[in-house]
Design a protein. Structure first.
Length: 216
């Protein structure tokens, strides 16, 4: 037991031990040394392959004969068997950090990878998403608004009276919603941006803080 006549030469008898990776349990039954080491061990009454994987490989098909056949540093099995990095709007690599691996997406415009788990890749349209407008961490403000809108990565709200949206901060700076209160500015009684309400257009129609004419 444990030997075989693998060269079919009766003169040298049962010359081949069956407890080695080259002839594990049978002539020519090889334990492949892929992604680590692969020993030949006795299991019950039979010799079988028993792989030991290195840090970047795994035996995902559970066929011990071919060893640790899967590279865990690739996007198809990133850090674990079956953990695939997906990305409908860009490319993704599998990157190591400390002792673990994670999906690291690169996005095509105007998309972003905004989920905490980057496995799904770039799925958020930063051009029209009011909670991620121009940047993953940039929601459109609700201040002074009746509705939020994101157009081309810029927040364009619908304002509640008497407020107006007179400035549009660019990402990644925070949005300020409809920040201008027309009733707080005596010269802005039309609640519009860009200066004072001109009335008839004469200098005497310009009014100071107390309501008194500033021109004559």
């Amino acid at each position: 037991m444990g030997y075989a006549d693998c060269n079919n030469n009766m003169a040298d008898g049962c010359e081949t031990p069956l407890n080695t990776p080259a002839n594990c349990g049978g002539c020519g039954h090889v334990c492949q040394q892929v992604g680590g080491s692969n020993a030949c061990v006795l299991q019950g009454t039979t010799y079988v392959c028993q792989p030991s994987c290195d840090a970047t490989h795994a035996d995902c098909n559970m066929n011990h004969d071919d060893g640790c056949e899967v590279d865990l540093s690739g996007p198809g099995n990133c850090g674990a068997c079956g953990h695939a990095c997906m990305n409908p709007n860009g490319t993704t690599t599998c990157t190591t950090q400390g002792s673990g691996w994670f999906c690291n997406p690169t996005c095509t415009q105007p998309y972003g990878a905004c989920a905490a788990d980057k496995t799904s890749g770039c799925t958020t349209n930063l051009g029209n998403d009011v909670d991620h407008c121009g940047d993953c961490n940039r929601p459109c403000s609700t201040s002074g608004t009746t509705a939020r809108n994101c157009v081309g990565g810029v927040c364009k709200p619908t304002c509640a009276a008497p407020f107006s949206d007179c400035s549009d901060p660019a990402a990644p700076g925070a949005d300020n919603g409809c920040e201008t209160n027309g009733t707080a500015d005596p010269g802005e009684s039309d609640n519009a941006c860009g200066g004072q309400s001109l009335g008839s257009g004469h200098p005497s129609d310009f009014h100071g803080p107390g309501g008194a004419p500033t021109g004559g």
